[in-house]
Design a protein. Sequence first.
Length: 253
Amino acid sequence: MSERQTLSSVRNAARLLKQFGPHDRELGVSELARRLGLGKSTVHRLLTTLVAEHLLERDPYSGQYRLGLAVHDLAAAAVPNDLHEAVSGLLETLRNRTGETVQVAVLDGREVVYVERIDSPHTLRLFLEVGRRNWAHSTGTGKALLAHLPEDQLAELLDGWEMPALTPYTITDPAKLIEELRQVRRRGYAQNLHESEVGVLSVSAPIRDRTGRVVAALSVAGPAQRMQPVMNQITYGVIEAAALASRRMGCPR
C-alpha cells in the first residue's frame, strides 16, 4: 500500500469517527457510506478495523455502530494535566455543595467536549459521559467559551453556521447569540435555560490559564425543578470554583 493510500485510509477513518455526535450516537453502514461518499465495502472495512481497535462498537441486535471505550480513553488523555489537576477536588466539593452534576468542557470548533464530570447523587440526574459532545450555542459551557474567543475567531465560527434548534428556547439567530455572548462576558457566567433540553438548566463560568486565556468552562447542570429555586447560590458556587481553578492554572487575576 502506498503512502498516499495509507494517508487516505487514515483520513477516511478520521472522517468516519467524526460522523458520531450527540445527535448521531449510532449509525449504520449505509448512512455512513452516504455521508462519506464511499462505497459500502470500503466503509465496512473501516468499521471492522475501528471495532477491532475498540474505537467503535457494533450493536449485535441492530447492527448499528457507536463510539467505543477507547475513544473515551483518548478524550481523557487529551485533557491537559494542569487542567485536570486544577479541577481535582473542586468538582467533588461543588457537587456536594449543589447536589447536581458538575462538568468541565473545552471548545472544539462549534461543539463542546466534556472532559471531566462528577454525577449528581440524586436518582433523577443527567446521564452524561466524559468525551460526549454537544453544540456550543445551546449549552452554558459552550456560551462561556464562545464569549471569550477573539472576535475574528468567533466571526469565522458564526459564518455560515446554521445553528440547530434543539428546543423552542435555543438561540439560532447569530445576532441574538452575539448579544447573549456580550452579556456573558459582562456578568462573568453563562446560563443554559432549557436550550439544549427542555427541563434542564445549567450555569457555567470560564477557567483561565496563566496568560488569562479561557481554556475551559466549569458548569453545574440539573433538572429545572431543583435548579431554579437555588440558581443564585449555584451561580455563585460555580463562579467561585472556576476562579479557584483559574488560580491553580496560574491565572494572575
